[in-house]
Ligand binder design. Sequence first.
Ligand code: DGY
Length: 323
Amino acid sequence: MVMTKPKVFIARKLSDEVVDKFKESLDITMWEDTDEPVDRDRLLEEAARCDGLVTMLTDQVDKELMAQGERLKIIANMAVGYDNVDVQTATEYGIQVTNTPDVLTETTADLTFALLMATARRLIEANEMIKEGNWKNWSPLFLAGSDVHHKTIGIVGMGRIGEAVARRAKGFGMDILYHNRSRKEEAEKELGASYYSFDALIETADYIVCLAPLSEDTKGIFNQEAFKKMKNSAIFINASRGPLVNENALYQALINGELKAAGLDVFEKEPIDEKHPLLKLDQVVCLPHIGSASVETRKAMMELSLKNVQHVLNGQQAKTPVN
Ligand code: DGY
C-alpha cells in the first residue's frame, strides 16, 4: 500500500540542507521568494490544502487562516515569540501551535548585550564618523559614552533570554535587577539578581532592558509615564517586541533629555518607516529585528520547527508546544 505523506507548507524560503532532511516523511512545499513574506492569499490556500504550516513572525495566523483548513493539525511558528498567532482560536480548532525556544536563547542574549554595548559606547556613531571621513582629531571627550561595567541593569522579562542577558551582565560586574510575572529564585541565587517592582526597576536601573513577551498586559508598558520615571542618564534597550513601547513617548523622552539613549532591535511597525523621527537621532541605535540572526541559530530554528511538524503529523508529542 502506498502511504501518502502529510502535506506541509513553509511560509518562507528556508535552507535546503535543513528542509531536505524532512522530505522523506513530509510532502513539503516552500514559498519561493527568498526575501518577502508569503502573499496572504497563497497562505490561505496552503492552509486549506495542508496538514501542517511553518509560519514566521511576519505572518498573521488568525481565525480566517485557521478556518480554511479542516486538515490543518499543526502551525509551527519559527520564533520564540508567538504574538502573531491567535493561540486561543488554534486550541478551539484543535490545532497544535509550537514555537522555537531554547535554541535561540544565547544568540539573542548576545545580540541584546551587543546592542547595549553599542548604544552605551556609541559604536555606530564612531563607525560612521570614520567611514564618512570625519575623524579629524582626538579630544578628551571625543565620542565619550557611558560605562557599562559595574552599572545597574534592570531586566524586564526574566525568561530564558533575560537570564542569559543577566549572566552576561554578571561578567561585567553589573548589579542585576529584574522584573517578571513570577519570582526567579534560581536566578536570584545563581546571579545575585534582585526582584524589583516595575516602577522601582525603571527608576533605579542605568540600563533598562525590555525582554518581556508581547501580550495584552505588556502592550505599551513603556509609555510617557515610564520614560519620565527613568533616570536622565538611563539607556533603554528593546529586543523583545516593538508594541511594548510607545515610540512617540520614547522619542519625546530622548529629545527632552529625560533619557540618554536607546538601542532598538524591534519596532511598533516592522519594517520601520525610513522617515521615522527615531531614526534621525544619533543617540538611537537601530537594528532590523536580528536578535536570533546567526546562521547556526536560524538553522536550528528551522530544524526545530520542522521536527515539531514531523512529530505532530506522526501522532507524537510536539517538542516545544505552546498550547
Ligand atoms: C523570536 O524568535 O521571537 C525572535 O524575535 C526572532 O528573531
